[in-house]
Design a protein around this ligand. Structure first.
Ligand SMILES: [Zn+2]
Length: 528
């Protein structure tokens, strides 16, 4: 029998390259990749051609080019769409991010949809945790179906949210959306010490990381199990969160402390609390990431495994042990305050919109303790809740206690999907501040589109799956930009339940649709 063809987009990236390696090393598939024509990719193509020979077809082109996508659809049995321009690159080049992440996805999805082979193609779309927006200790656990309230200025999240919705509404015969988490990869340190993005991570944000290697295994197993007929029933046409599970459920503080800890010190020795954002980030612990592992058995690495590899692979950790920490802080970290993506740059240069979005206000930033002994860390049980009780970190982190911290999806979730009917749609719409306009639906049919109306009178057609299970809502007012969540949260209880965790009820900020361009004029990285 002929080998099935696996197409991987973004094969030069940190996720795509792992996926390619994992799929090819099985020798069960023919690989197909698309690389943009540039010197680094020509070099990569030579290396890959030598390594995989006839088993890998390398095409030079671009995902936003119709003909290239039609060629892929004419050959591939599995389409693994890993290509994306991600932060920090997307922050400095938003137009390029939109072209690849949104228009590229639309082109690829259209090509599959219009192909005579559409029924044979299984499309795997990579979404992102950034679509969910910010979390803290109040709702540290999240899951698919939670509201999508992407952080202000995060244009990357917007391109991914819109692309994902396009996939959900395209009626492809076989698809899955895998919302990727923060990815632990071997260049994590080197890459982050080039950009102010590092400081967007809040100290107290709950994060469940995914490793690049295991993300590769994940897609390898999807191709293997599906082609061998061993994939458990019910896998396709759903959305999942990717996360490495219990050991990788940490906080922003742990991440810095463990990484910099490889130099024999603590986060406190390198950072000050007020250098990092206080809100407007993303990530949480996944209540449902174990489900994806039950289908695909992709988890091979733990948190400790990853950092052990990092220590072995990167010489600079050993060097860091003998250099004074204050010097490392000055040369490697504080140097980044000049980067237009760094919160300290916004503070020092009067970029008030970002100061408001990431700190609440300049006064709130000024009130952040400068000394670690005064700063309250979730990780160290230093936060006191509104009732005067200590917020117990380990208690909250235990998945057995997670249910009480989950967000409401606005319909009776104890019902099996097959029992959901028009009354559930009406309830869900009301919780989103709107209405279900359609008067009937076939009970349990989550994929036939219904008509809905938001609080502002916008009407749209979307499947019950997209709305109830995907967490999407009005394509006009809830797929920023502009970012208008202070106003929306007043009308949409579904958003309000998480928005006010990190925003004041009387905040009244509005962020223009192109507000993220504010840093570009003085951005040397944008000139490149
Ligand atoms: Zn609307």
């Amino acid at each position: 029998m002929d080998k099935k063809v696996v197409f991987i987009s973004g094969a030069s990236g940190s996720m795509g390259s792992q996926v390619l390696e994992c799929v090819m090393r099985t020798h069960k598939f023919k690989g197909l990749i698309l690389l943009r024509k540039k010197p680094a990719n020509e070099k990569l193509a030579k290396k890959l051609a030598k390594k995989w020979g006839e088993e890998l077809e390398i095409v030079f082109g671009d995902i936003s080019n119709k003909e290239d996508c039609e060629y892929i659809a004419s050959k591939a049995d599995y389409v693994f769409h890993c290509a994306a321009i991600i932060p920090p690159t997307s922050d400095h080049h938003p137009k390029a991010a939109e072209k690849t992440n949104l228009f590229g996805t639309m082109q690829l999805v259209d090509a599959i949809k219009n192909s005579p082979r559409a029924d044979q193609i299984k499309y795997v779309h990579i979404g992102t945790v950034a679509e969910y927006g910010n979390r803290d200790w109040r709702h540290p656990w999240g899951r698919v179906g939670d509201p999508l309230v992407p952080s202000v200025y995060d244009f990357y999240a917007i391109t991914k949210l819109r692309a994902e919705r396009y996939v959900l509404e395209a009626d492809l015969p076989h698809w899955v959306v895998l919302r990727q988490s923060g990815v632990l990869h071997h260049n994590l340190f080197a890459n982050n010490l080039e950009d102010g993005l590092m400081f967007h991570t809040c100290w107290n944000v709950p994060i469940e990381w995914a490793t690049a290697h295991d993300s590769g295994v994940l897609l390898q197993h999807i191709a293997e199990y599906d082609s061998e007929g061993t994939m458990k029933e019910g896998f396709w046409n759903k959305i999942y969160n990717i996360g490495n599970g219990e050991s990788c459920r940490v906080t922003g503080y742990d991440t810095m402390d463990t990484g910099f800890g490889l130099m024999g010190a603590h986060a406190e020795d390198f950072f000050k609390p007020h250098w990092c954002a206080a809100r407007n980030f993303h990530c949480f612990w996944y209540y449902d990431s174990d489900l994806l592992d039950e289908y695909t058995h992709f988890r091979e690495e733990t948190w400790d495994d990853f950092w052990a590899q990092m220590k072995k692979l990167n010489w600079y950790f050993a060097l860091g042990r003998i250099v004074p920490k204050s010097l490392i802080s000055k040369l490697a970290i504080q140097r980044l305050f000049k980067d237009t993506n760094a919160p300290m740059y916004w503070i020092n240069n009067g970029i008030e919109g970002r100061v408001n979005a990431f700190f609440g206000s300049r006064e709130k930033w000024e009130a952040i303790p400068r000394d670690w002994k005064d700063y309250k860390l979730f990780r160290k049980n230093q936060i006191i809740d509104d009732d005067g009780n200590v917020v117990d970190y380990e208690y909250r982190r235990d998945i057995k206690n997670a249910k009480q911290f989950l967000l409401d999806h606005g319909y009776d979730e104890s019902k099996p999907d097959s029992e959901l009917d028009i009354e559930d749609m009406r309830q869900a719409a009301a919780f989103r501040g709107g209405k279900c306009i359609s008067e009937t639906m076939t009970k349990g049919d989550l994929y036939t589109k219904l008509e809905w109306e938001c609080h502002d009178g916008h009407r749209f057609w979307s499947s019950p799956y997209t709305i109830l299970k995907g967490g999407h809502w009005c394509p006009e007012c809830c797929q920023p930009a502009p970012w208008n969540f202070d106003a929306l949260a007043k009308k949409i209880p579904f958003f309000a339940q998480v928005w006010y965790d990190t925003h004041e009820k009387d905040e009244d900020k509005f962020y223009e649709k192109n507000c993220y361009e504010d840093i570009l004029a003085n951005d040397p990285k944008n000139k490149k």
